[in-house]
Design a protein around this ligand. Structure first.
Ligand code: UP6
Length: 271
């Protein structure tokens, strides 16, 4: 699948969120997701409005917003309609099925009501997918499993990663892909027929300048992720918004730059 165009690959999925993501990428010619990890809702809205023309997706950590109230969700939805992109709430669920179903549907954030996509650690086993699917599947949402992480010393390697892929393979209606550093096609298949299998690979830990931060984050370039490792979507946070969430002109320029780098790497892969 990594040599097929994004538009063609929308036919490989039945999940409506997967189709929408791929169609949006093709339409906007962008495989960039911006991770807007700021704590003030006004900064969040201003940054999204500035980078939105260049992205297929905005990734949020809604639980870091200091001045959250539910009207923010309406404002977020307005921006996604205005600029044609999807929301990925990076919640990293990790509990038993019953608990994650409550965390996904309820609380103050009501994630399932607005986030097209969310993610989960496979550590509890398949029950976490069943819990989240009980809420998300009727709404047409999608789930990513964290098969690998970008951090130094990550435990999500080897057999753990393979088991994550096998879990996803058994729930393809809801699990549409992975947070990972490389493609997962056929991983852990051991004799199963996986021809025609397609999963989206979303890759965080992307930076054009920096190689990492002081807390274990590790960065690779858009080209390394998309061309060399077959990633589908690059997730960029501080590489775009830096240290000043108010520097909107710089943030806009950086988004444009990462979008161009990500798309060039994709075209290079197709060719
Ligand atoms: N993230 C990672 N690595 C992972 C999974 N998720 O960095 O393996 C998330 C972080 C952050 C974003 O929670 O929101 O991706 C990366 O931000 P950065 O580009 O500013 O480092």
């Amino acid at each position: 699948p990594h040599t097929q165009s994004y538009g063609e690959r929308s036919l490989n999925f039945t999940n409506p969120t997967a189709k929408l993501i791929l169609e949006t990428m093709e339409r906007k010619k962008s495989n960039l997701a911006v991770s807007v990890d700021v704590t003030d809702k006004h900064d969040l809205l201003a940054i999204i409005d500035a980078v939105a023309p260049y992205v297929c997706m905005i990734k949020t950590h809604i639980d870091i917003i200091e001045n959250f109230d539910f009207s923010l969700i309406e404002q977020l939805q307005h921006l996604s309609h205005k600029h044609d992109f999807l929301y990925f709430e990076d919640r990293k669920f990790a509990d038993i099925g019953n608990t994650v179903a409550l965390q996904y549907s309820g609380g103050v954030h009501k994630i399932a009501s607005w986030a097209h996509l969310t993610n989960a650690h496979p550590v509890p086993g398949p029950s976490i997918i069943m819990g989240l699917a009980s809420v998300g599947l009727p709404l047409g949402r999608g789930l990513l499993l964290l098969a690998e992480m970008s951090t130094k010393g990550s435990l999500a390697v080897g057999e753990y990663t393979e088991e994550a892929v096998r879990m996803a393979r058994r729930h393809r209606d809801f699990v549409i892909g992975f947070i990972a550093q490389t493609r997962m096609d056929g991983v852990g298949a051991a004799g199963d027929d996986v021809s025609g299998e397609d999963f989206l690979v979303l890759t965080p830990g992307i930076g054009l300048e920096s190689k990492g931060d002081s807390m274990g984050q590790q960065y690779r370039t858009p080209r390394e992720a998309v061309y060399e490792s077959g990633s589908d979507i690059i997730i960029v946070g501080r590489g775009i918004y830096g240290t000043d969430p108010k520097a909107i002109d710089t943030i806009t320029r950086q988004a444009e730059r990462y979008m161009a780098a990500g798309w060039a790497a994709y075209l290079e892969r197709l060719a």
